[in-house]
Ligand binder design. Structure first.
Ligand code: BGC
Length: 769
């Protein structure tokens, strides 16, 4: 933040720039900075025709509806997501939009999260890689991306007030990690601060979050915008590092008054002006609207990409061989379920856009197979519920068919921004419809439409195959037909675990909290991290997904070109008889189980397109960052010395190859103090040497030889200073002397290269009011 106050610009003018001029525009000042047009995001451009609203109920210009986050997350394909981002950017630019409000990248802490359809994954590595690709794509088209919602915005219940009570490790390792990656790797133009509080502090007024962490530690150089209506206290928000309040609340006068009273430093306003000007330098002048033919060409291209992305997003959960449907022997197909005719393809709330055209699976299948082959029965109505008459009609259609393709899912009203779900179950009428259809149909394929995961345990045995179709955007119908008929092979993988029961989930006892508090009791054990650490059965594990061929893994080798740096090489072979894509996944965790650390965490993945019989060899890097854990006492990332298990496979549970690597840790110099334990002193090379004299004295006193092993262990956990109470002749002077000696010895060893200097993150601690 510049210390110099820029006196040439009136305070009133500067203050006016710190809030918008309307729902979607920032304020401009001629000769100083132009206004920017912002629009939702994330999976389409929601450019409202008039002033507009933030709730998605207004009228917006038709735009390509790409698959929402849940579907893009399941592609595990950063290249595809980058292309989607670039396409969104082009369409946004054509509609004069400067900044697209996406990606949504909060971690799916609970499967009940009402906005899970907008988010990418329960895992920060996958989220970070995909969100970075999205940002790079959007920004390659000259439009800014705005990552949201920063941070720890993992529920809709009480979303504008709730405090996410989360420990530092979970914050750093899970909830902030993907944001950190995107900010550092993709340099988004904007970050949107969340509605909620974090450990009591409103995210939009959190100086630690918005300034110390985001700007000083991570190097963010863009603009922080509030979520729509997130700011309670303008002055506190500006002090914290929030640049732009959206939409405006008419409180710029309060900002001016605070500067006049000396409660807000004017340099905070200068910093906002600087950042807005930097944004202008980055984005250039106001966008020219595209001509109708240009726009039409962009939409045509984007519609094709929306279909490609949708086809890559669906996840084949089970298949006994019924899929792909064999066209040559298909003379009757029962298509059952209203969602085949009236598709669910996006979620509710601010991300809702008006699509340029929607395909239904029923139309797509009928067009390709013929109206004489496809017979349809809705089975239930568009609100998801059914009745006996609808079910009976569906049973009659199924009875006469070779195969029944049954579309099941959640109705619109079951999931949206603004509230969380309360159950994972499909509507009961749909489950009973499936049972009745399965009783008469020779073969049953279930296609699911849902933004958040649904439980499958109670009905999966009725299906010969299950295709998880999520919400696939406007081209989902065509894409579903592509997959069912084998014109494309499924390649999606689960970006979130499907539990057997809601009550199995680690978030179950504490989500969504009560009385304004949501305690993140599971800490870092989010999603598969918990299920795999405690070996709890799941319906389908994280990373799971089938295709129409099989793959074998072989030849795992690891080389270590440098300290704490490895190259993990392995081969994958397509052993089936069709083309297919495998998503090979790399997980790492401590070789010996330590309950405080997840057993294994995703640290790399690669999508491999292989022809039958083809083998490919890939190398994935593994670095110190991948082994790090957050040291809350030392306030820094640390690599603990030890052996680490390296797993390569097709899901978090389907491990095909494994090995271990050893790390000596990061050898970062951590000062030894009177409060460091004897074990910590002994683990440090300087501490070991300095302590030797003291330990000598203890053993000479005859105490050590008579001490039982458990007492030795107890002794190890004692802070040095506490030895004064144990009758060993240790005084405050002895402790101070040992600390001085250790300090000097550490300095010598540091000069000799035995340690690394601590990194910049080290001094950051959570600020609470
Ligand atoms: C949502 C944001 C959205 C904004 C503007 C808010 O309610 O949380 O994701 O970008 O509205 O529509």
């Amino acid at each position: 933040m510049p210390d110099q106050k820029d006196r040439s610009i009136p305070i009133e003018l500067k203050a006016s720039l710190t809030s918008g001029s309307g729902t979607w525009h920032s304020t401009g000042a001629p000769g100083l900075v132009r206004p920017f047009l912002l629009a939702d995001g994330p999976h389409g451009v929601r450019r409202q025709r008039t002033g507009g609203d933030a709730l998605g109920i207004g009228d917006s210009v038709p735009a390509t509806c790409f698959p929402p986050g849940v579907a893009l997350g399941s592609t595990w394909d950063p290249e595809l997501v980058r292309r989607v981002g670039a396409a969104l950017g082009q369409e946004a630019a054509a509609l004069e939009v400067d900044v697209l409000l996406g990606p949504g990248m909060n971690i799916k802490r609970s499967p009940l999260g009402g906005r899970n359809f907008e988010y990418l994954s329960e895992d920060p590595h996958l989220t970070g890689r995909l969100a970075a690709a999205y940002v790079e794509g959007v920004q390659s088209s000259g439009v800014g991306a705005c990552v949201k919602h920063f941070a720890v915005n993992n529920q809709e219940t009480d979303r504008m007030r709730v405090s996410a009570e989360v420990d530092q490790r979970a914050l750093r390792e899970i909830y902030l990690r993907a944001f950190e990656h995107v900010v550092k790797a993709a340099r988004p133009a904007m970050v949107m601060s969340a509605y909620n509080r974090i450990n009591g502090v409103p995210a939009s007024e959190d100086h630690w979050l918005l300034t110390r962490l985001l700007r000083e530690e991570w190097g963010f150089d863009g603009v922080v915008v509030s979520d729509w209506g997130a700011v309670d206290d303008r002055v506190a928000a500006l002090r914290a590092g929030l640049d732009l309040e959206m939409p405006p609340t008419g409180t710029d006068g309060e900002v001016v008054a605070a500067v006049d009273r000396g409660e807000l430093d004017e340099s905070a306003l200068d910093a906002v002006v600087d950042r807005l000007r930097r944004l202008e330098a980055r984005l250039g002048g106001a966008k020219e609207p595209a001509s109708e033919p240009e726009l039409a060409a962009i939409r045509d291209r984007n519609a094709d990409l929306a279909r490609e992305a949708a086809a890559q997003a669906a996840v084949l959960l089970t298949n006994d061989g019924v899929l792909p449907l064999d066209r040559s022997s298909l003379d009757s197909v029962a298509v059952i379920g209203e969602f085949a005719r009236t598709p669910r393809f996006q979620g509710g709330g601010s991300s809702r856009i008006v699509p340029t055209g929607v395909s239904s699976a029923l139309d797509a299948l009928t067009r390709r197979l013929g109206a004489d082959v496809v017979r349809f029965a809705p089975g239930y109505s568009v609100d998801g519920s059914g009745d006996d008459a609808l079910a009976l009609a569906a049973v009659e259609v199924a009875r006469a068919a070779h195969v029944a393709v049954v579309f099941l899912g959640l109705p619109e009203h079951a999931e949206s921004e603004g509230f969380d779900r309360t159950t994972l179950d499909l509507p009961a009428d749909q489950v009973s419809l499936l049972e009745r259809v399965a009783a008469v149909a020779p073969r049953v394929v279930v296609v699911l439409s849902n933004g958040g995961v649904v439980s499958v345990a109670e009905w999966r045995h009725h299906a010969n195959a299950i295709l998880e179709g999520w919400l696939l955007g406007q081209a989902g119908g065509e894409a579903t037909a592509d997959l069912l008929l084998g014109d494309r092979a499924p390649s999606g993988r689960l970006a979130e675990t499907i539990p057997l029961r809601l009550a199995d989930h680690p978030s179950y006892p504490t989500f969504p909290g009560a009385d304004g508090i949501s305690v993140y009791g599971e800490s870092v054990h989010v999603g598969y991290r918990y299920f795999d650490t405690v070996d709890r059965p799941v319906a389908f594990p994280f990373g799971h997904g089938l295709t129409y061929t099989r793959f074998e893994y072989s030849d795992l080798r690891v080389v270590a070109p440098a300290e704490n740096s490895w190259e993990v090489t392995f081969s994958v072979t397509n052993t089936g008889d069709r083309d297919g894509r495998e998503v090979a996944q790399l997980y790492v965790g401590p070789a010996e189980d330590q309950p405080t650390r997840p057993r294994a965490e995703l640290r790399g993945f690669v999508a491999l397109d292989l022809r039958p019989g083809e083998t490919t060899t890939v190398t994935l890097p593994l670095t110190a960052t991948d082994l790090q854990t957050w040291d809350a006492r030392g306030q820094r990332w640390t690599v603990r010395p030890g052996d680490y298990a390296v797993h390569v496979g097709a899901s978090s549970r389907d491990v095909r190859l494994r090995t271990t690597v050893h790390s000596d840790g990061d050898r970062v110099l951590a000062p030894l103090t009177a409060q460091s334990t004897i074990a910590e002193w002994r683990a440090d090379p300087a501490g070991r040497q300095v302590l030797a004299t003291l330990l000598d004295r203890v053993s000479r006193s005859g105490l050590a030889s008579s001490v039982a092993p458990e007492l030795v262990r107890m002794f190890l956990s004692i802070p040095l200073d506490k030895l004064r109470s144990f009758g060993l002749g240790v005084t405050s002077a002895t402790v101070a002397e040992l600390v001085r000696e250790a300090d000097a010895r550490q300095a010598e060893l540091l000069a000799a290269g035995a340690y690394r200097r601590p990194g910049a993150a080290r001094t950051h601690s959570q600020e609470t009011p």
